[in-house]
Write a protein that binds this ligand. Structure first.
Ligand code: 5GP
Ligand code: ZN
Length: 134
């Protein structure tokens, strides 16, 4: 019998491999296998420029870990989720949009407009953002 920690490691490696095989773009970006304009990275996450920006500043904060969406059981990822928000605020400040304002958005599933099924936080700013969003 494999110890639990080893099983978890094997499962995680398998899941990562499957995600790359089935072409999760953000797993590929995180592994530096797909080019992207990366503004920040650390052991847990990356911040990149959106390929199709909807505002003068449009960044994406993505965890290195493949999480499909907020619908996953994230009880064990509370620290990671908090970290993503703190990094988002830091990058907004670096981009100079903290004073004027910015929006952080997580789209979950089709009707909300999720197109990439690897959790990501949009940071949008540099223009007036209307409310409610369309
Ligand atoms: P969603 O619609 O899932 O909330 O957001 C996905 C975002 O990822 C979109 O704004 C889209 O423009 C962006 N995107 C999709 N593929 C790529 C890519 O390969 N590179 C980068 N930098 N952004 C991407
Ligand atoms: Zn992924």
């Amino acid at each position: 019998m494999l110890p639990f920690a080893l099983k978890k490691l094997v499962f995680y490696a398998y899941k990562r491999g499957m995600m790359k095989m089935f072409g999760c773009v953000f797993c590929q970006v995180a592994a530096h296998e797909k080019p992207a304009k990366i503004l920040y990275e650390d052991a847990h996450c990356l911040v990149l420029q959106d390929i199709n920006p909807k505002a003068p500043v449009h960044l994406l904060v993505i965890p290195r870990k493949h999480i499909t969406s907020l619908n996953e059981n994230l009880e064990n990822d509370k620290a990671l989720l908090g970290h993503l928000l703190i990094v988002a605020a830091r990058l907004a400040k670096e981009q100079g949009i903290d004073g004027t304002g910015y929006r952080t958005v997580i789209n979950t599933n089709a009707e909300a407009g999720q197109t990439v099924f690897h959790l990501h936080i949009h940071i949008l700013g540099g223009r007036i953002l209307h409310w409610p969003p369309g």
